[in-house]
Design a protein around this ligand. Structure first.
Ligand code: CDT
Length: 332
């Protein structure tokens, strides 16, 4: 049986603050139909695909932003998307802000099968940005203020393969892909909203596209899996976000890529059996990995220079200082 899935990376252009859910759902449905015409089994939408990227604003009372969150999916405004997807027999992945019945806020994505059933739900683990309002920035990145982190990475038996999800900043961390890879993931779906300007270090602005490709391609290759990275791009209320949505093969090669900053579909045929070419050779985890020497990865959070190395560096610095002082004394 062929395990080739036709997958559409459904990039979205900007969503402005004043846009209604109905406006956005109409755009999602247009992309879905475009995907159906292109023979897609699965259409992948970005992170927070139903609203503008609201963590760029600070409000003192967070509940003022609860209208950006979904309390149910499908709800009355999103139901047409679910109905159209099952009518077309196309599955989808959708990122959105989730408000749970017990009042918890998450940055979430769901995976919906071709028959409309929900195959998986994932809550973003790595929340970037800051907790506090930082008025010096041109725009905020307050994900750590508006969301709680999710508690892990799962995989789902769907679309005839092993599928996983991650969200935006998760894609920069090798642990994300490895957690999925260790569960046999063959296709990872990752939506993103990436501002081109990075206020803490603007020297990274010109590298945003390169860094995006770097992490998606290496994650795919090092774990022998397909990776679909999908942007919400363009200029949202003066904040310009990266496009370059792409479908990447287990070889690390880009198989399809968006070329605009607007609503656009990039389609690729993803043969899930190709994963075995990597998972069963160079990246045969069971044969080659050495978890017994990777302990620091889970026992420690930040980087710590070992005491003996710090002591060597301290001695060298003191010697350099003494030499400089002696030289200054000789010159005088
Ligand atoms: N949405 C999201 O996770 N964006 C981040 C921006 C990093 S800077 C705060 C990203 O990693 O693309």
């Amino acid at each position: 049986m062929s395990r080739t899935l036709t997958v559409g990376a459904a990039q979205m252009g900007a969503i402005q603050r004043a846009d209604t859910r109905a406006d956005v759902v109409e755009r999602l449905i247009a992309l879905l139909r475009h995907g159906a015409e292109a023979g897609c089994d699965l259409v992948v939408f970005p992170e927070l695909a139903l609203t503008t990227f609201f963590p760029r604003w600070y409000v003192q009372d967070r509940s003022e932003f609860d209208h950006f969150f979904e309390t149910e999916l499908p709800g009355p405004e999103t139901r047409p998307l679910f109905d159209e997807a099952s009518r077309l027999g196309v599955g989808f992945h959708l990122g959105y802000a989730e408000l749970t019945p017990d009042g918890r806020h998450f940055n979430t994505a769901i995976l919906v099968e071709r028959d409309g059933s929900i195959a998986g739900l994932y809550r973003k683990v790595h929340l970037p940005g800051h907790h506090e309002h930082e008025p010096w920035r041109e725009f905020q990145h307050l994900e750590r203020y508006y969301f709680e982190p999710g508690d892990g990475f799962g995989v789902y038996g769907a679309f005839g393969g092993v599928l996983g999800m991650a969200i935006c900043n998760d894609r920069r961390w090798p642990e994300t892909y490895r957690m999925l890879g260790l569960q046999g993931c063959e296709l990872a779906l990752i939506g993103y909203n990436t501002p081109v300007h990075y206020p803490p270090d603007p020297s990274q602005d010109a590298l945003q596209g390169f860094h995006n490709r770097l992490v998606l391609q290496s994650g795919a290759y090092q774990n022998g899996m397909w990776v679909v990275g999908v942007a919400k791009a363009g200029d949202e209320e003066g904040c310009v976000m990266l496009g370059e949505s792409a479908v990447i093969a287990p070889s690390g090669e880009i198989r399809a890529v968006c070329t605009t900053d607007g609503d656009e579909l990039a389609v690729a045929a993803c043969d899930l059996d190709m994963c075995a070419d990597y998972k069963e050779t160079l990246f045969d985890f069971g044969y080659y990995r050495r978890p017994e020497v990777y302990g620091l990865i889970t026992s420690q959070r930040g980087a710590e220079v070992p005491d003996d190395v710090a002591a060597v560096l301290g001695r060298a610095a003191r010697r350099a200082e003494e030499t400089e002082e002696m030289e200054e004394g000789t010159d005088a």
